[in-house]
Design a protein around this ligand. Structure first.
Ligand code: FCB
Length: 438
């Protein structure tokens, strides 16, 4: 399955149209210093108005699979209220997707929480669960028969840890207890979506997407190895273990200590609800992480080694072998034969449009090498079923605004003109051949 991936806030724009209300990201973008250049999502790639053109381009390039997300603030503009205009937009989008012969994967939550929910405490308030239930239930009722794959939550780590812990993402809080509470509620929403899907008897497949890293210790010292285990616990195990094993990792609960206040946000039955692996696991993979122990004031008491090359424009180390290792590890420890999808993989590069072309050789190489890592895993019997490149279009890269380009399609934000980059033409050939060119 060769696909491409986007998310609502990053591409749609039309922030105040069609009955959409503000999301936490609209608010966050207005706080000076939070987003590079003060960029925001008011227009973004104007996909709300240009979706026909965008889907046509996908089809033209030979893609058959498309992963996108729905903007919660378009569907539920106020507590208990369904906005029909928002539902209609996604219905028209799906018409286009179907006519183009594309199979959709719909992500329920890719970070654009309605601001009205944040005003009640957002992901830290347990009431978010009932609001999510109405939102997810509405989408399943309206689109249940049209969706082959449901993605429940995209990267609960980012929405909780970066949103409420480090403050790099919306809503920009810095409180670890809030972050772990938010993470727990996000995971319960995965479980709620699983329950709804079953109760409604839907035929499509459903699963969560986690951002995962392969973590290496900077040295063979006991301290560095323990630091690597903490990083793995923080980013991977805290999210994968509840979903696949129905428990939070004990070593991390002990390490967090007062920051989780005896895990008092966990109620009876929660872990059973979260413990639903579903039909597949989505993995978003970008880079590996190398850490060493450090006696600093960070939560994990470690330092991440910064690489200068080979790295992407975001400074993320390019290390395809770690994708292979991660897949092996995930299959052995979590999925055990359940299908895996790479729901995102790609690279930010300094692209330039020169005489109507973008020669993004670095991105093409990045994708090539990561596909080769996937291929190796599959050849050894690994149950990897699909690869969705991140991203179809250059778009709003969260705290980096429009300064980082991840697309295989170049977007000129002044004119909204789309230009397929060299990597897009190359992927088109890979898809047509259903094989990796050397
Ligand atoms: C992932 C996000 C996605 C995109 C990529 C680069 O963490 O899911 O929206 O920003 O990173």
């Amino acid at each position: 399955i060769w696909g491409t991936s986007t998310s609502s806030f990053q591409i749609e724009g039309a922030a105040a149209e069609g009955g959409r209300v503000p999301s936490v990201w609209d608010t966050f973008c207005r706080i000076p210093g939070k987003v590079v250049n003060g960029d925001h999502g008011d227009i973004a790639c104007d996909h709300y108005h240009r979706y026909r053109e965008d889907i046509a381009l996908m089809k033209q390039l030979g893609f058959r699979y498309y992963r996108f997300s729905v903007a919660w603030p378009r569907i539920i503009p106020a507590p208990g209220v369904v906005n029909e205009e928002g539902v209609e937009f996604y219905s028209r989008l799906l018409d286009e997707v179907e006519q183009a012969g594309l199979t959709p994967m719909l992500t329920l939550f890719h970070w654009d929480l309605p601001q009205w929910l944040q005003d009640m405490g957002g992901w830290t308030n347990r009431e978010v669960l009932e609001h999510f239930r109405l939102y997810a239930s509405t989408l399943m009722d309206r689109f249940g028969h049209r969706i082959s794959w449901w993605n429940t939550i995209n990267e609960p780590y980012c929405a909780s840890i970066l949103g409420y812990g480090t403050g790099e993402h919306a809503p920009g809080h810095q409180n670890w207890y809030e972050a772990f509470t938010a993470a727990h509620h996000l995971l319960i929403c995965h479980g709620i979506a699983m329950d709804l899907h079953r109760e409604k008897g839907l035929s499509g497949q459903i699963g969560i997407t986690l951002n995962m890293e392969h973590v290496d210790a900077a040295s063979a010292s006991d301290e560095d190895i323990a630091a690597a285990a903490r990083r793995d616990g923080f980013l991977n195990r805290w999210f994968a273990e509840p979903v696949f094993h129905g428990r939070y990792p004990e070593d991390m609960i002990a390490w967090y200590g007062e920051h989780v206040r005896g895990m008092d946000f966990v109620q009876e039955g929660d872990l059973e609800r979260i413990h639903q692996p579903g039909d597949f696991l989505g993995i978003n993979y970008y880079a590996r992480c190398v850490v060493k122990a450090a006696a600093n004031d960070s939560l994990l008491q470690l330092e991440q080694i910064k690489f200068t090359e080979p790295v992407t424009d975001l400074g993320w180390e390019i290390h395809p072998d770690s994708l292979y290792k991660l897949l092996k590890h995930v299959e052995q420890n979590y999925t055990k034969g359940l299908p895996i999808f790479i729901t995102e993989n790609g690279a930010a590069m300094k692209d330039e449009l020169v005489e109507g072309e973008v020669q993004d050789t670095g991105r093409q190489q990045y994708i090539h090498d990561h596909l080769a890592a996937c291929h190796r895993f599959i050849q050894e019997g690994g149950q990897l079923k699909g690869y969705y490149v991140w991203s179809f279009l250059d778009n709003f890269e969260w705290a980096f605004g429009y300064s980082k380009r991840f697309g295989i399609i170049y977007v000129d934000y002044a004119t909204q003109q789309r230009t397929p980059k060299q990597s897009a033409h190359w992927m088109s050939r890979v898809i047509a051949a259903n094989a990796l060119e050397q």
